[in-house]
Design a protein around this ligand. Sequence first.
Ligand code: ADP
Length: 263
Amino acid sequence: MLEIEGLTKTFMRGGLLRKSAPVTALRDVSLTVAKGESFGLVGESGSGKSTLARCILRLDQPTSGRILFEGQDMARLSPAAMRRLRARIQVVWQDPYASLNPRMSVHDIVTEPLVVHRAAIGLDSRGRTERAARILAQVGLGPQHLHRYPHEFSGGQRQRIGIARALVTEPALLLLDEPTSALDVSVQAQVLNLLVDLQARLGLTYFFISHDLSVIRYICDRVALLHRGELVEQGPTDTIFDAPRHEVTRTLLAAMPEVVVPD
Ligand code: ADP
C-alpha cells in the first residue's frame, strides 16, 4: 500500500536563525507498509517521525527519494489525482484539544473532510450529515452529539471525534501521530481498543507513530526504529521486542515501562 524508497529530507535552514546549518531530518529511509497492516514508527523526540509523516501527507516535499501509495508515485500525480488520493489517506493528530476547532460543531468538524474532498466523494449536504452520524456511531458517539461543541467533551471523547473526522472519507490508510499520548492512561486504553476494533472492522491500514514502545507493542504487527533520521532496525514487532539487534532499540526497550495491556 505504501512504499517509501530512499527518502531524504534536508531543511536548508535548520532553525529560527537564518544562518544556521542545514538539518537532515531523514536520511535514505526505505520501508513498505502492506495493506491491512498496522505499522509502527518509533523514535525519540527529534528523530524525524513528524517529518516522515509530513512527507507522506505532502505537507513537506522530500529532498530525494520516492513515496508510492497504491503503486503511484505521489510526486508525479496530477493535482486532480492527488486530491483523489489524499481522500484515501487521513490523519489523527496527537492533541485532541488543539486539533478540533472550538468554534465548529461536531457536525461541521466531522463533515469538513467531505467538503474538502467533495470532488472525490460527491455527497450532498444530507448525505454528508448521514455519513457523519454513521461514523460517529462507529466511534461510540450517538447522533445527539452532532450539534455540540468540542469544549463539551472529555479528552477521550474529543479524540473519538478526531478519529471520526479521519474516517469520514473512508480512507485506506490512517496516519496516527501519537494519538493517545495526550490522554490519561485509563482513557488511552479505551482509545487504543477502539483503534484495534476499527482496524479489524474496516480493514484499515495503520501507520502508527509513537515514542511509546508499550503502545506500539500492543497495536502494531511490524515496527521500524528511527534514530537521528535513519531507520536503524525494522521487522515483526515480536522479533524486535524479543531480540533487538540495534543498540538504540535495546536502550529504548530497557527504558520501557511495564507494558500496560488495556482491558
Ligand atoms: P520527531 O517528530 O521525531 O520529534 P521531527 O521530524 O519533528 O522529529 O524533527 C526531526 C529534525 O528535523 C529535528 O532536528 C528538527 O529540529 C528538524 N526539523 C523539523 N522540521 C523542521 C523545519 N521546518 N525546519 C528546520 N528543521 C526542522
